[in-house]
Design a protein around this ligand. Structure first.
Ligand code: FAD
Length: 623
């Protein structure tokens, strides 16, 4: 990286020429003030951690120190490698798949810093810190360099799966190595003919005489499937046993290591699993997306026979929240880059008269439309942070809540919020990344600035870990309608209480009134769809994505109203950080006035019925 500041780079670019060889990738700055706001002021993390079993180490000082150290690593080590990863991608070499320059060394530093063990079980070398704290680190890692973050992200999912479903022997052999970071993990679900519909998968698992299984089949699109950053890779693989029932009821889960473990626990001879090729793709070039061939590879069953998909849900749920972070990261990175640009780039005069009379023109941040783009990114990034941290707190309680009742309620809330976080945040995160590019005008389309990389990297978020369509079916079909609306009620009850408690607050009126109305409408819309679904089941599929987006805007409205309340209270109390809290209130106001109205369109569409989609005969889709 050059020694120039971002401002100097911008000035050079603007003054010298529209194209320059200056390395202008936005330098990620961890938004520590906002992270602290959401954790401590909005979600009262101190009290939350004190209520968890075994989270004694998560004291405020410790939490601050961990986040501060993590931020430095992400800003100084990972962020500079983001553009390198995009340009170089993963390549073949004689020794296998090679990750981009600097990734291997950065991973070594990540391991030496103890980051892989942060939230894992202390019985196997973990530090036992709360999952929500781990997610703050994941946010910073993922925003600084999403492609890099996927390697430890996948290991984290494998760790959770073995921790929850593995035998003691499997834990000693694999969990300890994943937790130390010496080995990494993957999730192997997708096959050439199936991704969303895992019920049709064909990979076979035949019993060997020694109690192990011979795994045969091809998995595609396997993230971090092969690389040079760790000595061994632990594949978590879905396959079918002989004579297993058809569909999802006949799937089992296996551990298949790249190298078979020796008696002493070290990585031994190569197993019969190999990488067939690396995919060429739109973005996340620094992460190896691999075709993996299993040719009678030795595997070990995890969990009960034919219950593999249930066990894999541990992995998938971890990965879904992980992917939600991608939406947050894309919005944050776009915002950081485009905000700096909008303050420096000069173009035309403000409609209400010059704001920079000494200069040849005003900075573009004076223009209402540029402000619309910046505020949308800010509202998305900060709203996403609030939603993800709230969801993560539910995961903490499911894992370490003190009573069965608490754990059960948190599990329900987590199930409800997960598809919303995954799909809504990746959809609007992608929109925000696109706006980041738009603020840069033509320069946004040029690689040096990093904005087009951000857009390309963010696009996959709406596809993997269950597409937006699949998440929407999960939310409306499984989570809401199949529970007769109970999971929705669990959430709307909280919103209702918040509205009731603050109904008399004049300052909050502009937020509480629309929120309360929407909360009521949310239930009514659900009932209407439920009724029409009883007559025609296609109605669920026809309404689902609009329903999910509506739900996302509703959850955001609740969180933005709560954030506005915290900020308004601080202003009344008196604060030295008036600018910060004022910005929160302004952003909440922007969200309610300019983003929330989109929900009305989704409400109208979701009630439009399935006929306008299904009446068209297939043959009529003629080209
Ligand atoms: C870069 C990358 C990394 C990946 N990493 C991994 C990984 O590590 N491990 C892994 O196992 N997989 C991975 N995947 C695979 C990914 O999870 C799947 O591609 C994804 O789940 C979609 O499956 P599919 O591609 O088979 O699409 P399909 O299932 O064929 O879906 C095609 C379209 O049909 C829609 N659709 C399908 N069924 C329905 C329905 N019932 N109702 C409404 N719409 C429907 C989908 O929403 C989608 O729009 C990765 C993919 C990519 C591109």
């Amino acid at each position: 990286m050059s020694e120039q500041t971002q401002g100097q780079k911008l000035s050079n670019l603007i003054q010298l020429s529209p194209r320059t060889e200056v390395d202008s990738m936005p330098e990620y700055k961890a938004p520590l003030r906002d992270i602290k706001f959401v954790m401590t002021e909005l979600l009262n993390s101190e009290q939350h951690y004190a209520n968890l079993e075994g989270a004694e180490d998560a004291t405020p000082d410790m939490v601050d120190a961990i986040i501060g150290e993590g931020a430095k690593f992400c800003e100084q080590v990972l962020s500079p490698l983001n553009q390198v990863g995009d340009k170089e991608g993963c390549t073949w070499s004689e020794d296998g798949v090679k990750t981009p320059t600097g990734f291997k060394e950065a991973y070594q530093q990540y391991v030496e810093g103890g980051w892989p063990s942060m939230t894992a079980d202390p019985n196997y070398g973990g530090q036992g810190l709360p999952h929500s704290l781990g997610l703050v680190m994941s946010e910073m890692v993922g925003t600084a360099n999403w492609s890099f973050g996927m390697y430890p992200g996948l290991s984290h999912g494998a760790t959770n799966t073995i921790e929850e479903h593995g035998t003691e022997e499997q834990k000693q052999t694999y969990l300890t190595k994943l937790i130390s970071g010496e080995w990494t993990g993957t999730m192997c679900l997708t096959e050439p003919h199936c991704g969303s519909d895992l019920g049709t998968l064909r990979t076979k698992a035949e019993p060997n005489a020694d109690g192990t299984y011979a795994i045969t089949g091809t998995k595609i699109f396997i993230s971090a499937g092969e690389h040079d950053m760790a000595e061994n890779i632990v594949h978590i693989v879905l396959a079918r046993l002989p004579g297993a029932p058809e569909g999802t009821k006949g799937i089992s889960l296996f551990i298949v290591p790249k190298c078979l473990p020796n008696e002493d626990g070290s990585a031994g001879e190569r197993n019969a699993v190999s990488c067939g090729s690396i995919e060429h793709k739109m973005g996340i070039h620094g992460n190896a997306t691999c075709v993996m061939n299993f040719d009678g590879a030795k595997g070990w069953l995890i969990g009960p026979e034919n219950k593999g998909l249930n066990c894999m849900f541990t992995f998938m749920n971890t990965a879904r929240i992980g992917t939600a972070i991608q939406g947050l990261g894309a919005a944050e990175l776009g915002f950081q880059g485009s905000l700096a640009y909008a303050k420096e780039r000069l173009a035309m005069r403000s409609l209400s008269g010059p704001k920079n009379p000494e200069g040849i023109a005003d900075p573009i941040i004076v223009h209402p439309d540029v402000r619309r783009m910046l505020l949308t990114q800010k509202a998305v990034a900060e709203g996403a942070r609030a939603l993800i941290y709230l969801t993560a707190q539910q995961a903490d309680v499911v894992h370490s809540g003190k009573t069965e009742e608490e754990r059960k309620a948190a599990d329900e809330a987590l199930g409800f919020l997960t598809p919303i976080a995954k799909a809504f945040l990746t959809e609007i995160g992608y929109e925000a990344a696109n706006l980041g590019m738009q603020v840069f005008g033509g320069h946004g389309f040029i690689s040096e600035w990093g904005m087009e990389q951000n857009v390309r990297d963010a696009r996959i978020g709406m596809i993997y870990e269950g597409t937006t369509g699949i998440q929407a079916l999960d939310l409306l079909g499984r989570k809401v309608l199949m529970t007769q609306g109970e999971s929705l009620k669990g959430f709307t009850k909280q919103v209702h209480l918040f509205c009731k408690e603050n109904a008399e607050d004049e300052q909050l009126k502009e937020f509480i009134e629309p929120l309360a109305a929407m909360n009521k409408e949310w239930g009514e819309l659900t009932t209407k769809i439920g009724m029409s679904a009883m007559k025609n089941r296609e109605e669920v599929g026809a309404a689902s994505v609009d329903y999910l987006m509506y739900s996302g805007y509703a959850v955001f409205a609740y969180l933005w109203a709560r954030m506005a309340k915290v900020a308004l209270d601080k202003m009344v109390e008196g604060t030295t950080e008036e600018m910060f809290y004022n910005a929160k209130i302004q952003t909440a106001r922007f969200y309610f006035k300019r983003m929330l109205p989109r929900a009305k369109g989704h409400a109208e569409s979701m009630l439009a019925g399935a006929d306008s989609l299904m009446d068209m005969p297939e043959e009529a889709f003629a080209i």
